[in-house]
Design a protein around this ligand. Structure first.
Ligand code: DGT
Ligand code: MG
Length: 242
C-alpha cells in the first residue's frame, strides 16, 4: 500500500521567494484515497499557493508536505506528476490539436480513453460538434474555445493521466450550475478511489466534501463538514451567505 495517494501537510509555513511575510502559516491536514478535501476562503487567502506546494512548484522552508509518507522535497517533479494531476486556476491550452492537448504528458492513451475523459469532463459534445473532432485545432492559449470549454479540456487532460491525487483549483467556476453538477457526479464515480482536493468558490460544489478547510489570510481558521461548519464557523457562514 505504498503508492496510494495519501497527502499530508504537516505544520507548513510558506513564503514566496524574496517575500517578507509568509502567505501560509502552520497548515496541517491529511487527505486520503477516497476522500474529498475542499478548500474555501476569500481571494488572496492562499488557496492556490497551498495546492502548488504538492507538485513542488515551490519548496517550503518550514514543515513538511508528504506524499505517501515521503516528503515531496525528496521526490523529483516527474515522479510527483505521475501521481498528482493539478488542474490550474487559469487552465492553459497550447497551439495544436485537441488530441495533442489532452495527451500532454501521456502519449500511450488510446483515443477511446480520450473520449472517456471528455465524456466525464462534459466536453464530449462540443468536441464531437467540431468538424475535425479530436483533430480540431486549438489556438495558442486556447483563445478559440470558451473559458468553460478550456476548463473542461484541462479537466479531461488530468483524467487521462489517471493520477492517484487530483488537485482542482477553482476548476468549475466557469461552468453553469447544471454542467458543474453533471461533471462532479461523473467525476465522483471516476475518482472514487483517488484523493481529491478541490478549491472552490461555489458552496454547492463542496457541500458533500468529507472535510472542508476554511482558509483565511494563510491560516486554516476552521475545518469540518458543511453541516458542522454551518454550526461552528462564522467565517464559513459568511461565505455561504455571500
Ligand atoms: P484567489 O485565487 O484569488 O481566490 O486567491 P488564492 O486564495 O488562490 O490566493 P493565492 O494563493 O493566489 O495568493 C495568496 C497570497 O500570495 C496573495 O497575497 C498573493 C500572493 N502570491 C500569489 N502568487 C504569488 C507569487 O507568485 N509571488 C509572490 N511574491 N506572491 C504571490
Ligand atoms: Mg487562487
Amino acid at each position: 500500500a505504498a503508492l496510494e495517494g495519501v497527502v499530508e501537510y504537516r505544520n507548513v509555513t510558506f513564503a514566496y521567494p524574496g517575500a517578507e511575510s509568509p502567505v501560509l502559516s502552520n497548515i496541517s491536514f491529511t487527505a486520503r484515497p477516497g476522500e474529498t478535501v475542499a478548500i474555501i476562503g476569500s481571494t488572496g487567502a492562499g488557496k492556490t499557493s497551498l495546492l502548488s506546494l504538492l507538485p513542488r512548484l515551490y519548496d517550503i522552508a518550514e514543515g513538511e508536505v508528504l506524499l505517501d509518507g515521503v516528503p515531496v522535497s525528496d521526490l523529483d517533479r516527474a515522479e510527483i506528476t505521475k501521481r498528482v494531476a493539478m488542474v490550474p486556476q487559469r487552465p492553459y491550452l497550447f497551439s495544436g490539436t485537441i488530441e495533442h492537448n489532452l495527451r500532454f504528458g501521456k502519449t500511450e492513451a488510446t483515443d477511446q480513453e480520450l473520449w472517456d475523459a471528455l465524456q466525464i469532463a462534459q466536453g464530449e459534445d462540443f468536441v464531437r460538434a467540431k468538424k475535425n473532432g479530436l483533430n480540431a485545432r486549438i489556438a495558442q492559449g486556447g483563445t478559440n474555445v470558451s473559458g468553460g470549454q478550456r476548463q473542461r479540456l484541462c479537466i479531461a487532460r488530468a483524467l487521462v493521466t489517471r493520477p492517484k491525487v487530483y488537485l482542482f483549483d477553482d476548476s468549475f467556476s466557469a461552468l453553469d450550475v447544471a454542467t458543474d453538477a453533471r461533471l462532479r457526479a461523473a467525476l465522483k464515480r471516476t475518482t472514487a478511489d483517488a484523493t481529491v482536493i478541490i478549491v472552490a468558490q461555489r458552496i454547492t460544489t463542496i457541500t458533500d466534501a468529507d472535510q472542508i478547510l476554511v482558509l483565511d489570510n494563510g491560516r486554516i481558521v476552521d475545518r469540518g463538514t458543511h453541516e458542522e461548519l454551518l454550526e461552528t464557523s462564522p467565517t464559513y457562514q459568511e461565505i455561504v451567505e455571500s
